[in-house]
Write a protein that binds this ligand. Structure first.
Ligand code: ZN
Length: 258
């Protein structure tokens, strides 16, 4: 049996492919122990892992949003691990049958994955398209990566919570001040992706986007103030229709393992 995992900042989602699936809150859980229990219970012989952090050659380089240690090599079975947004865009590309596609997800963090001419845009250490950590504006607190000017500090669920605490407001996009901070940053991130990668399809997803449908509508109406007109031409914005894109992407990884 094969196990697909999506290890995020808030939840661990898992599927023993075609057999069983579940979702656990990360909280203070021991992810290593939890996965090793699944491996034993279902006699797992291969792992496909979507991970909310920076991953290169099967190793986790850093994980600003996952507050638990995880080492897939320690299980002693074949595995493939990939950044969660790379997994998400693999799943979105297959679902939309697109070979020029970018996914921008605003959940706990802000992330992107890009497929150009059918191939993932990777960079030499697999660190390309880290949109959440581009320099934006100085904030009164620091990002998980150590900087204090990342766009993720504005256009993510964790950013919403930090600004709400700082301003003494509710952590909600119903708060006008927070909504403006969030929307401007999200539009800047989307425009940056369009300007740099010229996707034909830009998929918006992640917990914050999916819980606030009016954000996508606002973005559609206002993106022309942020993105160059030539990048917008012929490009379609769509809300993700996949329930668990990163987990679906982890299952795609498993197709490469026997
Ligand atoms: Zn950062």
């Amino acid at each position: 049996m094969k196990l697909a995992l999506d290890i995020g900042g808030t939840y661990v989602r898992w599927e023993v492919v075609g057999v069983a699936r579940g979702k656990e809150a990360v909280g203070s859980m021991d992810i290593q122990k939890f996965v090793s229990q699944l491996i034993r219970r279902y006699k797992i012989r291969a792992l496909g892992i979507s991970f909310a952090g920076q991953v290169h050659h099967g190793r986790i380089l850093s994980a600003p949003n996952v507050h638990a240690s995880f080492d897939p090599a320690a299980f002693g079975i074949p595995y493939i691990i990939e950044n969660d947004l790379n997994c998400a865009v693999l799943a979105e590309a297959r679902y939309c049958e697109s070979s020029h596609i970018a996914a921008l997800y605003s959940g706990t963090g802000l992330g992107a994955g890009v497929i150009d001419e059918g191939r993932l845009v990777r960079g030499f250490r697999d660190l390309a398209t880290e949109i959440g950590h581009i320099p934006y504006r100085q904030a009164p607190f620091r990002c998980g990566c150590g900087k204090d000017n990342c766009i993720e500090l504005y256009a993510s669920g964790s950013g919403i919570h930090r600004w709400a605490k700082y301003l003494g407001l509710k952590p909600s996009l119903q708060e006008p001040k927070i909504k403006v901070l969030y929307q401007e940053a999200l539009a800047t991130a989307a425009a940056t992706l369009l300007a740099l990668f010229n996707p034909k399809l830009l998929i918006l997803g992640g917990g914050v986007i999916l819980a606030n449908p009016d954000v996508l509508q606002w973005l559609k109406e206002n993106l022309s103030h942020y993105a160059p007109p030539f990048s917008l031409e012929g490009c379609e914005l769509r809300r993700s229709e996949l329930q668990e894109a990163s987990l679906e992407g982890a299952k795609i990884l498993l197709e490469r393992l026997p």
